[in-house]
Design a protein around this ligand. Structure first.
Ligand SMILES: C[S@@+](CC[C@H](N)C(=O)[O-])C[C@H]1O[C@@H](n2cnc3c(N)ncnc32)[C@H](O)[C@@H]1O
Length: 426
């Protein structure tokens, strides 16, 4: 017969059931006011020989009560203080009331299919709050070489991306999805004596998404065939010399990062409360969907644009994160891959692109597609190109970085800001 550790050690409290019952008795006897509660799974702590019993309120752990495994007595030093338990229980109840009082409102956008020639920062400003159901985009490439870049510095680039992500958040419906495709940027070596470096753009963008109030949902890896990576030149040196430390992996992946706008109502609301149940049936996804977060898709090539993503990628994202008739926004539209895929899948589209030629190509393709699909969709073209001027908006991070670069140390900045704050309080 198997002897349990509790039996070997001759514990008085031999199992989770006994531990829970002792804690239950203690909480009731002490009249600790936390209303209805549940237990989490008790665990034995080997060092102190005690049972830690988690106390849960509405599925959240609000504290732990510790029971001496030898004596069965409550170990107060290792337990959450009763006043703390009460405070946390009240907080959880308040939160529940707050969310259940907020009635879920099903928003149906009245935006029509639109192609805009303009700068995303300016165009987004004109869109109504919560008018977009899903965003899929791939941001402009950051070129580390100043002469090719419209951005002064990488910080400048990130500030622009932050501004656009912030505006996208405003126009996106609460709880809906923003999917961003990006990859690290390879900065080629400037001379034979230097090595190339990489800028982890997706990770910096991720930081911005978190700071701007999005919930992180998934990191999907878009994997391309191996041949696609060798063109970057990375890994060639190692392949020839085979010296340790020179190893560099050939990049064959890009990130497809998935975020959800907070506050985020339960997904179930978007399904059960849709006023048109027919749309839910029409939007169901077929059996051959992607099971894992690694998607094998060949890259797309088009001589009209150097950095398009494949239709297959756009179509998967649109199918998995939107319903038929939803409005799909791409703030960096390029030659309209997102818009065209949205049209194919019976979604509405809103595509913004600053380059006139790319917009022309998008319009040309959409017209062709209209005939091909015999699809009776209409679209509007908005020319906002007179607003192509780049707005200069510096973020606090950027300003701080400039001050630091000029040699002022952190403490001095903190002291000055604290001083200003005290001044304002007076
Ligand atoms: C990576 S490409 C997107 C390509 C697109 N996914 C496609 O398949 O055609 C990024 C696009 O953003 C455009 N762009 C750059 N800055 C922009 C801005 N501030 N507003 C609007 N478009 C911008 C560029 O001209 C470029 O076409």
């Amino acid at each position: 017969m198997r002897i349990t550790i509790s039996e070997q050690r001759k514990y008085k409290v031999k199992n989770t059931k006994q531990a829970k019952s002792l804690v239950d008795e203690y909480l009731r006897h002490k009249k600790i006011d936390i209303g209805g509660f549940e237990f989490g799974l008790p665990e034995v702590h080997d060092r102190y020989h005690n049972w830690n019993v988690p106390i849960m309120k509405a599925k959240e752990v609000i504290g732990v009560i510790s029971v001496n495994a030898y004596s069965g007595e409550i170990n107060k030093e290792l337990s959450t203080d009763s006043s703390f338990l009460e405070k946390r229980a009240n907080k959880v109840i308040k939160e529940i009331k707050k969310t259940s009082n907020k009635k879920f409102e099903y928003i149906i956008s009245n935006l029509n299919n639109t192609i805009v020639q303009g700068r995303a920062e300016n165009v987004l400003d004109k869109l109504p709050e919560q008018s977009i159901d899903m965003i899929f985009t791939s941001p402009p490439y950051y070129n580390a070489r100043k002469e090719y870049s419209e951005y002064e510095t990488y910080e400048d680039y990130l500030d622009t991306m932050r501004e656009i992500i912030r505006q996208c958040k405003r126009v996106l419906i609460n709880g809906k999805f923003f999917i961003m495709n990006s990859s690290h940027v390879l900065v080629p070596r400037a001379s034979r004596n230097e090595s190339s470096t990489r800028i982890p753009v997706p990770f910096d963008l991720h930081q911005i998404f978190m700071e701007e109030g999005f919930e992180f949902i998934d990191d999907i890896i878009w994997q391309k065939p191996e041949g696609a990576g060798w063109a970057s030149g990375r890994g060639r040196r190692f392949s020839a010399d085979r010296n340790p430390l020179q190893y560099k992996a050939v990049p064959v992946t890009e990130y497809v990062m998935v975020y959800r706008k907070k506050p985020a109502p339960l997904i179930d609301n978007f399904i059960r409360k849709n006023p048109n149940p027919d749309i839910i049936t029409k939007s169901k996804i077929e059996d051959d969907y992607e099971r894992t977060n690694v998607w094998y898709i060949s890259p797309a090539r088009d001589k009209r644009h150097p950095a398009i993503f494949p239709n297959e990628l756009a179509e998967k994202v649109i199918k998995y994160y939107s319903f038929v008739n939803d409005v799909i926004l791409d703030p960096f539209g390029g030659i309209g891959t997102t818009a065209k895929s949205a049209a194919t899948l019976g979604r509405r589209f809103y595509s913004i692109e600053l380059n006139e030629n790319y917009v022309k190509e998008t319009l040309r393709d959409l017209n062709k597609k209209q005939n091909l699909l015999n699809n009776n969709y209409q679209y509007e073209f908005l020319d906002l190109s007179d607003e192509l001027e780049r707005p200069i908006k510096k973020s606090i991070r950027h300003v701080l970085s400039d001050i630091k670069k000029s040699g002022v140390d952190d403490q001095k900045i903190i002291d000055t800001l604290m001083g200003l704050n005290q001044h304002n309080d007076k």
